[in-house]
Design a protein around this ligand. Structure first.
Ligand code: NPG
Length: 374
């Protein structure tokens, strides 16, 4: 393939309702989209970095800066174009490896190039990654609410829509009580899990063990990103399985976490680990160790959502992912909306992502466009 250049486009999308996690409240999403233009096709990538470095060290301005300053020039160099010409998207991670971190930017550019490549070949993301299902169960992530009644009415709405699994965001002061209330109101059959986004310390172990009473699928990332040993210690004190998110940034860190007993389950987010190809490696590694995985979400547009659904259709994704319908976050998506069908979302089968931005809708939310010629 021959890349002509990459467009960096920022869009700003209002959320249907504020989304509160232990690290902050979002009311709109400022997203960096990439469009890879090749001689044969155009491909889309979505960078999942947030506006502020509160989930991870990455933030959207930093990802655009590192792309402009280092990552795209590396791909456009004679060495880069030769490797892309030979191997396409498979060459991206190796070419960018010398630059530390910034995995969300690396993931976005790999996604755009992979999409262009697959569109040219007429092959879908699902087929390329190894999907074995044509639809996957859809889980919903429910933010921290101002009151228990408000939370219960939100959960009721999602269950009425048919979501197959509910994840409650928790933080100190909002954990046992909301979980107990949801269990009491909706019963033991609801697939329920919690996500702390690093809000606790090992000193909270005894308190977190109170969650064991509620038959949760998992507790996600209770401790700090770098506290892998703490998670291993906590795992010995909780009956609820521990799932890592922020701590797993590569197949290598996944292997270490598994070996140390820091997690029984892994949330795989392609943006966090540097791309869909690394995400697949973590899937393979986890499957080899009997560790269940599920596909996380970062409040993506239909582009990232489509790719995540394809990934979630791999055989090791045995737990429902945060692959909700577009309407969970956006009244109007920039693609054809991803919709819920009997608690499932459909794996796209068209070439590449199988979805693309609708030009008029994309223009409406665009705040800036920058073209980097190769
Ligand atoms: O369904 O797209 C979704 C959102 C799922 O809760 C979700 N994501 O920590 O997993 C998370 C959380 C998140 C959202 C993290 C936004 C960072 C940004």
């Amino acid at each position: 393939m021959k890349l002509r250049g990459i467009e960096l486009r920022r869009v700003s999308m209002p959320l249907v309702a504020p989304f509160r996690t232990s690290f902050g409240t979002q009311t709109e999403r400022d997203i960096l989209l990439l469009k890879a233009v090749t001689d044969d096709a155009e491909g889309w990538g979505e960078c999942v970095a947030l506006s502020d470095p509160l989930y991870s060290a990455e933030y959207v301005e930093s990802q655009q800066d590192v792309l402009r300053r280092f990552l795209l020039p590396r791909l456009a160099s004679p060495e880069g174009t030769a490797a892309l010409g030979r191997s396409g998207a498979a060459a991206v991670a190796g070419l960018l490896h010398p630059y530390k971190g910034h995995r969300m930017a690396k993931a976005a550019v790999e996604m755009a190039i992979l999409d262009a490549e697959l569109r040219a070949l007429g092959r879908s993301f699902g087929r390329e990654l190894g999907a074995v299902a044509d639809r996957v169960p859809s889980g919903v992530s429910v933010g921290i609410h101002d009151s228990i009644p408000a939370l219960l009415s939100a959960v009721e709405g999602y269950l009425d829509e048919g979501y197959a699994r509910v994840k409650l965001k928790i933080e100190p002061g909002w954990d046992v009580e909301p979980v107990a209330a949801v269990r009491e109101r909706f019963g033991g059959d609801v697939l329920l899990q919690v996500d702390a986004n690093t809000a606790y310390t090992l000193r909270d172990a005894r308190h977190l063990a109170r969650l064991d009473a509620f038959d949760l699928l998992l507790i996600e990332q209770p401790l700090e990103e770098e506290d892998v040993l703490g998670h291993a210690a906590l795992a010995r004190r909780l009956a609820t399985p521990i799932c890592l998110d922020e701590s797993v940034v590569s197949a290598q860190t996944a292997a270490a976490a598994i070996t140390l007993g820091a997690c029984q389950i892994i949330n795989i987010k392609p943006g966090r680990v540097g791309g869909y190809l690394e995400a697949r490696r973590i899937h393979d590694l986890a499957a080899a160790h009997g560790v269940a995985v599920w596909c996380g979400g970062m409040v993506e547009t239909g582009l990232g959502r489509a790719a995540n659904i394809a990934l979630a259709a791999l055989p090791g994704f045995t737990l429902p992912g945060d692959v909700s319908a577009s309407g969970r976050f956006y009244r109007t998506d920039i693609t054809e909306p991803i919709v819920l069908d009997d608690g499932h979302v459909t794996v796209p089968t068209g070439p590449g992502l199988g979805v693309a931005p609708i030009p008029g809708l994309l223009e409406q939310v665009t705040t800036s466009v920058e073209w980097i010629a190769f």
